[in-house]
Design a protein around this ligand. Structure first.
Ligand SMILES: [Zn+2]
Length: 142
């Protein structure tokens, strides 16, 4: 098994809050990220694909194809957008890096051409924090 990672950038704004909480509690939990008019990030998204390299090309997946898929399914929807308002597939979640990773996975995984698989998403939100997602947990029935 070989892993290939490609990095993508997008800029977006968001506001972290839970509508079920009072203004005071939202402020206590989310602090600066709760600013009523939002704030922005320059996000970095790493997409890791797992599989085997094709003996004829030496490639796991053609990066041009991967770029096209990730841009079509994710980046064009979120770049220069307000993640709370503008993005259909991010409605009704609190747009933390953790939640965005999980939703991005649902959007993207099905579009990676077999036999390759999406292995990991890593979303860097700021210099000091990022979330990583390896897909839904597989619970063994044995
Ligand atoms: Zn933020």
């Amino acid at each position: 098994m070989i892993y290939l990672t490609r990095r993508f950038d997008f800029a977006a704004s968001h506001r972290l809050f839970n509508p079920e909480f009072s203004d005071e509690l939202n402020w206590e939990i989310f602090r600066d990220c709760n600013n009523p008019n939002g704030h922005g990030h320059n996000y970095e998204l790493e997409v890791t694909i797992a599989g085997e390299a094709d003996p004829k090309t030496g490639m796991l997946i053609n990066i041009l194809l991967l770029d096209e898929i990730v841009r079509e399914q994710l980046i064009r929807h979120v770049d220069h957008k307000n993640l709370n308002i503008d993005v259909d597939f991010l409605q009704d979640i609190i747009p933390t890096a953790e939640n965005i990773c999980v939703v991005f996975w649902k959007q993207l995984a099905q579009h990676i051409p077999a036999p390759h698989q999406l292995y990991r998403l890593r979303l860097q939100e700021s210099k000091n924090n990022f979330a990583e997602y390896y897909g839904p947990v597989q619970i063994s029935k044995n």
